[in-house]
Each structure stands twice: as structure tokens, then as C-alpha cells.
Design a protein around this ligand. Structure first.
Ligand code: GCU
Length: 593
């Protein structure tokens, strides 16, 4: 696996001509299909070139092929493609932006590598292996296993396949591997740190990388200079420039800057927004000003790519819904977001909470689980390093249970992940969200353990108080419990975000059970509560659950029929009556930027 950030470098997209074959018994691996073709008259290996089904990449086989809707197992992907063999002076890489859940890849008969983790990007080196005509095999396996992340159970559809783009990149032998730009404000100045990492065949001396950052609109150069870099290690230079000379990025004014880095003939580019996010006591400050996050969980499903994998169209629709809802914030999903979605949020000025699926897993402290989650964090950070919209990393959702002092406590993963992020990404805040129903502030210490809170910048809480299973009309009002819980968490002196709250409703349903009116009333009341808590300074944000109804095989009731129905719009993105209540409520919230 190669740690390379391709940012906005142009690659060749491999999106035509893919075939798949479901292979539950793993025949491809046993018979090494990538090396052998069946000859006429023989029955081994037991497949044919034309036996492959046509499919779309990027795409989830669970969405494209109805007979594979609930399939979990091996699927063989095969692609024939033309390419230019690499010259002596260059290298070539295949970059996969997301393969669910794990895969092994082979090109022209040679093993390239394996990857585990369905929603984060990885890179395989194909230098010297490319020919004019190439044959690529990707053996995909989307089974849930006891030690995978996500684990055996989750509340979304278990999509599988090469669901995000695959690209081929050529680079010089000495090339820029990564470049990170972060902004700190210091009085009248902005301190802009540029860190660069290069790759080279020898580590004998420092190389000079030329850096230039320009304003995308005015083309004015904001900073320019050289950074000395030793191959394989970060080189850094901090530029101090007057704050008045730059346009900062914010939701109401998403200003962009172009980053260019050059090493010999290698050019690397990306787009960023210069902004600072930090906390001050209970406040979240964006460019020094207190900000309240008004948001929703953006679970929109791409019809071809599946859940948590917005392509450009789905990203555009989602962002437009968020805007109509008066949101400045979205929780991007329980899995790392797609590049298309993050870029759309960068442009629209939607702030994002990005998360790895340490979700309902009781043993996150075990080596296999924590290694998988940390790897997903690392790969996601690399993919979205310079995106201004991502302001929060969440290390997980609803599973930091267990006493912190016990050997088996899964808190070990959460605290390690928070430390890792602080070390590697000073430009963002770290959060985690526990889930708690009902009363009892004391049990909040179990779902949001103080030892973990100490490591977080922002405290998250999922709380559905206001609905209980089998609730009856006239049942006691549970909203005061929301107040109590939020105020209790706020007493830690850090910002608190209500990271999930909502209630199921079927669009058009008139009754109390799953009724639209009940959902509207719930959200109207929740908006009043939010405003009150904002005014008293006990809450800094909210991500309603959820923007849209989405597929899930664990919601099987007669109203749900395989969907989570907490959406403010249904699965076809048609608004329920709660949508207007939220839109009107968010319009009244101060400090939305
Ligand atoms: C949890 C969880 C969500 C889930 C929700 C629900 O709080 O975090 O992912 O969908 O419950 O069951 O509706």
C-alpha cells in the first residue's frame, strides 16, 4: 500500500468495460484465474471471458444487480484496459477510492496487493507492470466478519463492490507524495503552515519543493517559497502574512485558494479554503468567531454506488436539500465520505463531521478492530487533507462502553484514535458520540466516559428522548430529559453537539404510529429546545437524524419495510411536514455564520 495524496492531479479514470462474476466458493483464487484462461476442450479453470456480467464501476453490485441485493461474499471484478507502459523515469499507480469491504488485486498475472476497509482510498504500484493491453483482476469480498470495522451489525444496507472511482496516475520517479496546508490566526496575521512529503529513489540529500498559493478568484499570489524536503519525511515552512491580505473560507463566504507544489518536472495541485477552527471553552470558533452548527445526518443513497458513497449528482442533491433546510453543517455518515460529497460541501460552505465505522462494536480495543479503524482514519485524512468543510473527525459512534480501568475496556481504541488525530491533523477537532435513551444522567458517564471526554475537543451525544418504543398519545413529556443530559455534558466545559435526534414517520401516514404530524410536532419542539440551549450556551450544534429515509435490513416493521424512516424527506427525497419545521427553526438560530 502506498501513502499518496493525489489531490487534484489528473488521472485516467477506469470506468468502462468492467465485468463481474459472483464467486461464493472462491474459485477464482483457487484456480488463479488472473494467470490462466480456459482453452477449448478443457474444463479448468471453470470460467470463460464472456461469462462475466457487465457492471458499472464506480458502483455497488448490491444496487446494480437485483439478484445480488443481499449477497455477501466474493465477487470477481475484471477489466481489460489500454495503457502506456511506464518509462524508466516514471512510476504508475492504481488508485482505488473505495472497495467494499476488502479486496486483492492482480495485474497481468502479478499480485499487486490487498486492502481492507470499504470507504477509504488506497493506492497500488503498477510501475513496470503496465503493457499496451492490460488485464486487471480485483477479488472483492464484502462479508461482515466478527473482527471487521464495521462489525456484524449496523443500521444501513451492507453494500459491496468497487463503489468509488478507480484511476491510473503516472508520476515522475521523484514526486510529491503529500502536501498539507493549515491556517492559524494570530492577531492581525495568519500563520499558514505548508507541509510537504516527497518520494525519491535515494535519500541522500534534501530536495527543494517550490510552493505557491493563489486566490482562485483574483489569481493573486498569497504566498510563495521553497521548502527543503528529505524524501520520506515531512518538510515544513510556516508563512506569516497579514490577515487582511487573504480571503478566509467560511460557510457564508466559501473562498478558495489553489495550492501548487513543484519538484523538478513533477507538479502537484489542490484546492483549499484557508480557515481556522478551534475551541475556546464551550465555544466552537471558526476564524475566531463563535459558530453554532445547524445540521442533519446526510445519509442520501446513491442509486448506483449505494450508501455513504455520494457520486456528483447525489452530492449535489444532498447539498441542495441541506441548504433548503438552512443547514450550515452535516454529519457525513457513519463511514468516510466520498470525495465528490466533500468537494460539494467545500463549494457550498457546508461544514462536515466525518467518521469511521467504529459502530456498535463491543471490542474496539482488540488489535484487528482498532488497527482497521485507525487505518481508515489515516486514509480518510489523506483523501480530504485540504478540504475546509471537514472540521470534525469522529472516532466512532455508540460503542465506547466498558469501565475505562478494565483491561478489556474498548476505551483504549477511542483515546488512541483521538491522540493520533491530534498528532497528525492540527487543523480539525476530534469528537465521539455515545448514545443514550431515557433518564439517568449518571449513566451518561458510561456512554460518554470522562476519560474519553478529556481527549475530545467536542462532546457528541445521540439522544432520542421524546420517543420511546410503544409510546402512547399523552405520554409524559421526555424533552426535559434532553435538557438535563445536554446541560450535564456541557458542565465538562467543552462544546456539546447533539449528534442524533429524530423520530420515524412514513410520508403520508396520518395516524399516531409512524405519523407525519407526530414527527413534525417532535421536530418543532426540538427546535425550541435547541434555541433555548443555544441561548444559554449549553449546546453548540445539532445533527438531526436524518436527512432522508434510507435502506436498512434491521428495520423490518410494517411501516419501515426495510427503511429507516427518521428522514425529514423520504427515500425519493420528497419532504415530510417536519422538513418545514426544521427549516423554520434553524432560521432562528444565531451565529450560523
Ligand atoms: C442509532 C445509530 C444510527 C441508527 C439509529 C436508529 O442512534 O447511531 O445509526 O440509524 O440509532 O436506529 O434509527
Amino acid at each position: 500500500m502506498h501513502r499518496i495524496q493525489f489531490a487534484e492531479i489528473k488521472g485516467e479514470t477506469l470506468d468502462k468495460g468492467w465485468g463481474i462474476l459472483p464467486d461464493p466458493m472462491d474459485r477464482c483464487r483457487r484456480q488463479t484465474w488472473w494467470k490462466s484462461v480456459r482453452k477449448e476442450g478443457f474444463w479448468f479453470p471453470s470460467y470463460d471471458e464472456d461469462a462475466f456480467w457487465e457492471t458499472s464501476v464506480p458502483g455497488a453490485f448490491t444496487r446494480i444487480h437485483p439478484q445480488l441485493e443481499y449477497y455477501e461474499g466474493n465477487v470477481v471484478y475484471r477489466l481489460r484496459f489500454k495503457a502506456r507502459p511506464t518509462a524508466e523515469s516514471e512510476r504508475a499507480f492504481l488508485h482505488f477510492r473505495g472497495v467494499a469491504e476488502r479486496c486483492s488485486a492482480f495485474i497481468n498475472g502479478t499480485f499487486l496487493g490487498e486492502h481492507d476497509g470499504g470507504c477509504s482510498a488506497f493506492t497500488l504500484d503498477v510501475s513496470g507492470l503496465l503493457k499496451d493491453d492490460n488485464l486487471l483482476y480485483v477479488l472483492v469480498d464484502n462479508r461482515r466478519l466478527p473482527d471487521t470495522v464495521p462489525g456484524l451489525i449496523h443500521d444501513w444496507w451492507h453494500d459491496g463492490g468497487i463503489h468509488r472511482p478507480v484511476e491510473l496516475f503516472y508520476r515522475s520517479k521523484e514526486y510529491i507524495r503529500e502536501c498539507a496546508v493549515t491556517t492559524r490566526l494570530d492577531g492581525k496575521d495568519a500563520l499558514i503552515s505548508v507541509r510537504v512529503m516527497i518520494d525519491a529513489t535515494s535519500r541522500d540529500s534534501f530536495r527543494k519543493v517550490q510552493i505557491k498559493i493563489t486566490d482562485e478568484d483574483s489569481c493573486k499570489t498569497v504566498l510563495e517559497g521553497d521548502i527543503d524536503c528529505m524524501p520520506g519525511a515531512w518538510g515544513e515552512r510556516v508563512f506569516r502574512i497579514p490577515r487582511s491580505g487573504i480571503r478566509l473560507w467560511s460557510p457564508s463566504s466559501p473562498a478558495f485558494h489553489k495550492i501548487e507544489a513543484k519538484l523538478g518536472s513533477d507538479c502537484w495541485t489542490d484546492t483549499t479554503g484557508l480557515r481556522e477552527v478551534r475551541t475556546n471553552g464551550k465555544e466552537i470558533l471558526l476564524n475566531g468567531t463563535a459558530l453554532i452548527l445547524c445540521g442533519a445526518a446526510a445519509w442520501t443513497e446513491d442509486p448506483v454506488r449505494g450508501g455513504f458513497s455520494h457520486g456528483s449528482e447525489t452530492a449535489k442533491e444532498t447539498v441542495s436539500l441541506l441548504k433548503k433546510l438552512n443547514c450550515n453543517f452535516a454529519r457525513a455518515g457513519h463511514r468516510p465520505p466520498s470525495r465528490e460529497f466533500v468537494k460539494a460541501c467545500d463549494r457550498a460552505g457546508i461544514l462536515l463531521w466525518a467518521e469511521v465505522p467504529a459502530y456498535w462494536i463491543p471490542d474496539m480495543q482488540k488489535p484487528a478492530q482498532s488497527r482497521r479503524a485507525l487505518q481508515a482514519l489515516e486514509e480518510t485524512l489523506r483523501e480530504h487533507r485540504n478540504s475546509p468543510s471537514v472540521i470534525l473527525w469522529s472516532v466512532g459512534n455508540e460503542c465506547a462502553y466498558g469501565a475505562a480501568d478494565k483491561e478489556q475496556s474498548n476505551i483504549a481504541y477511542f483515546t488512541e484514535a483521538a491522540d493520533w488525530l491530534h498528532e497528525h491533523d492540527p487543523s480539525r477537532l476530534v469528537t465521539y458520540t455515545g448514545g443514550m435513551e431515557g433518564t439517568g444522567k449518571e449513566s451518561l458517564s458510561t456512554v460518554c466516559p470522562p476519560v474519553l471526554i478529556e481527549k475530545l475537543d467536542v462532546i457528541g451525544l445521540n439522544s432520542y428522548s421524546g420517543i420511546t418504543d410503544g409510546a402512547e398519545p399523552g405520554q409524559a413529556d421526555e424533552f426535559p430529559m434532553q435538557f438535563d443530559k445536554i446541560r450535564f455534558l456541557s458542565s465538562y466545559g467543552k462544546p456539546v453537539v447533539l449528534a442524533e435526534a429524530g423520530i420515524d414517520a412514513v410520508r403520508g401516514e396520518k395516524g399516531f404510529d409512524f405519523g407525519e404530524e407526530r414527527q413534525r410536532a417532535y421536530h418543532a419542539k426540538l427546535q425550541d429546545l435547541f434555541l433555548e440551549l443555544v441561548k444559554e450556551g449549553s449546546i453548540q450544534g445539532m445533527a438531526l437524524f436524518v436527512l432522508n429515509d434510507f435502506h436498512t435490513p434491521i428495520k423490518l416493521g410494517r411501516f419501515q419495510r426495510g427503511y429507516n424512516r427518521k428522514g425529514l424527506v423520504d427515500e425519493k427525497l420528497v419532504a415530510k411536514s417536519a422538513f418545514a419545521a426544521v427549516r423554520d427553526g434553524y432560521a432562528k438560530i444565531p451565529n450560523r455564520d
